[in-house]
Design a protein around this ligand. Structure first.
Ligand SMILES: NC(=O)c1ccc[n+]([C@@H]2O[C@H](COP(=O)([O-])OP(=O)(O)OC[C@H]3O[C@@H](n4cnc5c(N)ncnc54)[C@H](O)[C@@H]3O)[C@@H](O)[C@H]2O)c1
Length: 390
């Protein structure tokens, strides 16, 4: 049990009652859609993990005021927890040394998990068992058994889970998916996703944000037992879930090649090329790397189909259908972290259907673990329909 950083406050344990009141039937679905519109408004949130992503999420929650309010922050580092509380809430959010004490003491509706990868499963389950809705940074967890345990925990507790798949809210991808859903492209042939950038910070140990002297957001990533692998399960996770979001059916086969061209530090890959076959016959390709960046103007995603194709970056979409003049749409740069929090609030408070569900995250994990296995065994891996099987 971790103690609170500050003096113990009389926690008003109204969360569960307030949470359960409108929920006459416990939710057992994992679709991230809430049947409990208009509850928890404003949503009281506790952030656990006040490092790089904790700070980023803190700003995203603040941008969603007054629909949400950060009331608690937990981090093993007290100064870091306090600094996030100061920046995002002018010091109003109480700070705690860990999730256990936060859950015991603080009056929250939801937990936002921004912890290293190996801590995700236990944190999701602890929050769910305390009756809190969960937003969790990627990856969902490290293994299929962990994904199974999370699924079971979510089913038992009926809380809403959302994976922090912020790239889903990049405006050009949103528009691309709208066009795909509307059937403009017809049957798909091919989808591609690129997620790549030369990761000089990791290579040199330069932290992305100021932590304590000598500390770095990269340090735990160098231990595959904590990170779960290398680049593919880390930054490649974004490229994979974008690919799955573009595909029109489930992936059934995966093969992959991995390389380590630049990082040379953790004995794992810094680059992955992953090839997938989907059930409708279409092919998917993920290119992801910490060794090299994208060429200027290069597509981050593409879909090719019977009627033509489309592709884009986060803010630009090009559409080239065979029976129409080529078109291009440019969007304003969006804060995808603020947008993902808005979506979580829409799910919880307005009954919107969740986009970044447990299923989406578990399928992403299955494909990534299959890519690791395929690369190690030099073969194609067949994917069972159950995303927790391989
Ligand atoms: N969506 C994105 O673009 C993006 C970018 C970076 C990181 N992430 C994800 O965010 C998560 C966190 O990564 P990060 O880069 O912010 O890491 P980080 O090292 O910067 O922050 C992690 C924080 O967790 C704290 N912590 C560690 N163990 C703890 C414990 N048991 N209890 C309480 N606090 C604890 C650390 O003190 C640290 O402040 C990871 O899942 C990562 O993949 C996502």
């Amino acid at each position: 049990m971790t103690p609170p950083h500050g003096p113990r406050s009389p926690a008003a344990h109204r969360t569960t009652a307030r949470h359960n009141a409108p929920m006459t039937t416990p939710r057992t679905s994992l679709d991230s859609s809430s049947s409990t519109s208009h509850f928890a408004d404003p949503l009281r949130v506790g952030i656990v993990g006040a490092g790089w992503m904790g700070v980023t999420h803190g700003r995203a929650w603040a941008a969603n005021a007054p629909r949400a309010r950060i009331v608690a922050v937990a981090d093993a580092s007290q100064p870091r927890a306090q600094s996030l509380s100061d920046e995002a809430t002018s010091g109003k959010a109480r700070t705690y040394a860990g999730l256990d004490s936060l859950l015991k003491e603080a009056d929250v509706d939801a937990i936002d998990i921004c912890l290293p990868h190996h801590l995700h499963k236990d944190a999701i389950l602890a929050a769910a068992r305390a009756g809190k809705h969960v937003l969790c940074e990627k990856p969902l967890c490290l293994t299929l058994d962990e994904a199974k345990a999370i699924r079971d925990g979510l089913r038992e507790t009926g809380v809403t889970f959302m994976a922090a798949h912020n790239n889903l809210f990049a405006p050009a991808l949103v528009e691309a998916r709208r066009r795909l859903d509307a059937g403009e492209l017809g049957p798909l042939y091919f989808v591609r996703s690129t997620e790549s950038g030369r990761n000089v910070g990791y290579k040199t140990g330069q932290p992305p944000i100021d932590l304590a002297p000598g500390e770095s957001s990269w340090s735990w990533r160098r231990d595959p037992a904590k990170s779960g692998g290398g680049e593919v399960i880390d930054t490649g996770w974004h490229g994979m879930y974008r690919l799955l979001a573009l595909a029109r059916s489930r992936p059934v086969e995966v093969t992959a090649m991995l390389g380590d061209y630049f990082i040379h530090q953790s004995g794992v890959e810094d680059t992955g090329a992953v090839l997938l076959r989907f059930q409708d016959g279409s092919i998917g390709f993920l290119l992801t790397s910490w060794a090299f960046g994208e060429l200027p103007g290069a597509f981050r995603f593409q879909a090719a189909s019977e009627n033509g194709g489309l592709g884009g970056t986060a803010t630009k979409l090009q559409i080239a259908l065979h029976d129409a003049a080529p078109a291009e749409q440019t969007f304003e740069n969006a804060n995808t972290f603020a947008a993902e929090v808005t979506h979580f609030l829409d799910v919880l408070q307005r009954g919107a259907t969740g986009l970044a569900t447990w299923d989406h995250a578990a399928r992403t994990l299955q494909c990534i673990l299959a890519a690791y296995r395929a690369a190690a065994d030099h073969r194609t891996i067949h994917l069972p329909e159950d995303p927790t099987e391989l």
